[in-house]
Design a protein around this ligand. Structure first.
Ligand code: FMN
Length: 288
């Protein structure tokens, strides 16, 4: 936890960081959460009384884990405890969804305390148990939207991980529960992402040699290696990893997908590209 943790009890004084201006602080906190300074400032202004048990929302903005650490800590988790997600974490996630939908044109929604998508009547879906919270990953159809679903969905997955929550992308083994989400004309539900407190942190998926996943002429820069390492840690449907990165002159990076009978390669690519960006640093390259 950073030294700037504020407070989580009613009536406690707010410890401010004297070394930072208000704007610098908001930009820094906003960047940590993948939010703009404006949205971070909205979090700052949440009244303490708004939150049950008076847990102050800034406790989460100053969370300990970075996105890169979250990439390394994240694994798919399919079994969840019945511990509810705290209101302050829900508020932070909802703000992130609002920001993502506004910039992407997607229609991502958070469904809470709804057990039927993963356990309906006599049917149990997949190896899941205890799932009652999930993101509905809705948006327009087509390749471009699918890649955005992956890219922005993984941003939410990593936010959840930094908040101490677990997740699992789910393309097949769930049921759509009508009335729990809304669709606009032309939208479809691409998949869902289970969310909550896992009974375990999950396990690392098997790793293949990184050289299988890229082409590069000449010396490979460290930022590209870092990006590839994070890309290989990304979740992909049935761990298919049907992607390739190509490093071109002028630090231009191209990506390709390979055919898969299982599908989901465009969503996978969006996920993988988000991991690559976090680890490589957006300032070091441009996408082709
Ligand atoms: C688009 C997508 C769809 C997925 N669908 C399912 C699913 O239907 N059921 C399931 O149990 N896991 C599903 N997964 C999780 C993958 O099996 C998992 O990410 C992969 O095995 C790698 O493991 P890891 O996430 O622990 O690194 C899906 C993952 C992605 C990215």
């Amino acid at each position: 936890m950073t030294g700037s943790l504020l407070f989580c009890c009613p009536g406690s004084p707010v410890a401010v960081e004297p070394e930072f201006s208000a704007l610098t602080r908001l930009k820094r906190r906003g960047a940590e959460m993948g939010l703009t300074a404006l949205l971070a400032s909205r979090l700052e202004r949440q009244p303490v009384a708004y939150l049950p048990k008076y847990q102050y929302i800034r406790a989460n903005i100053n969370r300990a884990m970075t996105e890169l650490e979250a990439i390394k800590a994240r694994h798919s988790v399919r079994k969840y405890t019945d511990k509810p997600i705290e209101a302050d974490k829900v508020a932070a996630i909802r703000l992130a969804i609002e920001s993502i939908n506004a910039q992407s044109g997607l229609n991502i929604q958070l469904v809470l305390e709804e057990p039927n998508a993963f356990s309906s009547g006599m049917w149990k879906y997949g190896q899941f148990s205890g799932v009652r919270n999930y993101f509905v990953m809705a948006g327009p159809k087509g390749k471009e939207a699918e890649e955005k679903i992956g890219y922005y969905g993984e941003k939410l997955v990593l936010l959840a991980q930094t908040l101490g929550l677990n997740t699992c992308w789910v393309g097949l083994t769930y049921k759509k529960i009508l009335g729990t989400f809304t669709l606009r004309d032309g939208d479809s539900v691409h998949c869902v992402i289970a969310l909550g407190y896992g009974t375990s942190p999950g396990i690392q998926h098997p790793q293949k040699p990184v050289e299988n996943f890229y082409e590069a002429a000449g010396t490979v820069p460290q930022w590209f290696k870092d990006g590839m390492e994070a890309a290989l840690l990304a979740p992909t449907a049935i761990n298919q990893q049907k992607f390739k990165f190509i490093l071109h002159e002028g630090n231009k990076v191209e990506t390709k997908t390979h055919f898969s009978m299982a599908g989901y390669t465009n969503i996978d690519l969006g996920i993988v590209k988000y991991h690559f960006e976090v680890a490589a640093g957006k300032e070091n390259f441009t996408w082709m």
